[in-house]
Design a protein around this ligand. Sequence first.
Ligand SMILES: Nc1ncnc2c1ncn2[C@@H]1O[C@H](COP(=O)(O)OP(=O)(O)O)[C@@H](O)[C@H]1O
Ligand SMILES: [Mg+2]
Ligand SMILES: [Zn+2]
Length: 511
Amino acid sequence: MYGRVVGVAVVGIRGHIVTVEAHIGRGLPSLTLTGQPGAQALDARDRIRPAVESAGLEWPLRRVVVNLSPGNLRKDGPGLDLPIAMAVMAASAQVPKARLERHAFSGELSLKGSLVATPGVLSVAMAAAARGLAGVVVPEANAAEARLVNGLEVVAAPSLTEVVGFLRGAWKPPDVRSDPQGGATSHSMDFNEVRGQAQARRALEVAAAGGHNVLMVGSPGAGKTMLAKRLPTILPALSRDEALEVTQLHSVAGLLGSSGLVAERPFRTPHHSISLAGLLGGGSGYLRPGEVSLAHHGVLFLDELTEFRRDAIQGLRQPLEDGRVVVTRVSGAVEFPARFTLVAAANPCPCGFQGDPKRICRCEPHRAEVYRQKLSGPLLDRIDIQLSVPRLSKAELLGQEPGEPSASIRERVEVARDRQRHRYRGLRIPCNAQLPGPMARREARLSRTAEGLLARAVESLALTGRGFDRALKVARTIADLAGFEVVEETHLGEALSYRMNLGGEELARAG
Ligand SMILES: Nc1ncnc2c1ncn2[C@@H]1O[C@H](COP(=O)(O)OP(=O)(O)O)[C@@H](O)[C@H]1O
Ligand SMILES: [Mg+2]
Ligand SMILES: [Zn+2]
């Protein structure tokens, strides 16, 4: 007695079609899983029988073998519960085989037979559509994300009972009016709430326009967090494909809930005590994306940068370089997308008040020096824009006009991004920040006076090769914002002002 059902294993954010075959033969009652099931798939063995029996179905009291193929793929995730259960139902002739071939099944079962919210359902639906299947059978809680895939029938079922009813032609999922997908984004925050801080606002506009990473140094209360949180509001809207990728990541992480498309750029703020797995991805059971991937196409905000563990900071280098993160374990390596804008914030010294107009820094010179060295550590050469954010007094805060709203800043950012897209079309370079060094030197064509300024800066600022390339990329962005093809002296001058004097250049050269 034999039954076959299509399931999907999610590896990273990609769904892989898995054929689930069940065979019922002679022998003592047992359930054996073969074909490289992962730890969570193996767990399914204990859940499935009670779930089947709770749904009023019969568990065959014989020897049941379930094989997952292809054999070379390690298959994990709770979503395999449902296809395994259905394969056994098919093998024991409790459901007709007609519709089994046309749908992919995914969903975690509770002991009572209900289908509970399952991570990765969007990836499952995308894989089913790519395979040309007619539809997917998934938990009701995951219906919205599955419906994001065009032309796919979504059978959203509350429990095993309805799935069996559907296959027997006795139950139909309720009709849903598909809601408009990827509607207008509405941010709850706006740059017009930030008073003053002209330089920081401008720096964040440049960062948004070129995709540059930012470091803000300033006393507590200066408004660093407030500014960082508003960066997503001036970034260009997500394209549909980008939004789908972000949604896939949040779904695989189990953070999507019952919502559909994530249409807003993510803003993630991991605490400095976060584990390496939490930041980069990993964990027990199947691999989950970390904060770097949850920030994909959005902003990763590291507040109190100097407090983060060294290995965490080191681990950020790969995603910052490649836009993806590879998580390795004994069972193999899994890759997640992780292209984010990094915004880091730090105090200028341990007490926080060095350079503050109203408060006195009480740090010992030695401790302040150690702190600066920490700040100028391994990440600084990946941060194109570095600036001080001064703390405003109450009078200054009250005296300032409300700032320009995010929407009008975003318009300029989008124009600058269009220029970059046009310039780098066909090159897979999304923005100036991603320009490789040699290309930055070519694409940021300098006017004669800008050439002169650069020559002087190399001397007086002791620019390293990296610092040189960073300044050119930022200057390219500033020229794009101004609508110039040639980089003028003022553009380069502004770019050169976005650097911390921490001795970082010297350290980078020594390292
Ligand atoms: N430029 C500003 N405009 C309006 N409010 C501000 C400004 N700077 C600081 N604030 C107020 O001070 C609070 C603390 O700022 P915050 O961003 O937390 O500072 P930091 O992160 O630098 O310690 C903010 O929540 C905000 O209410
Ligand atoms: Mg803060
Ligand atoms: Zn201090």
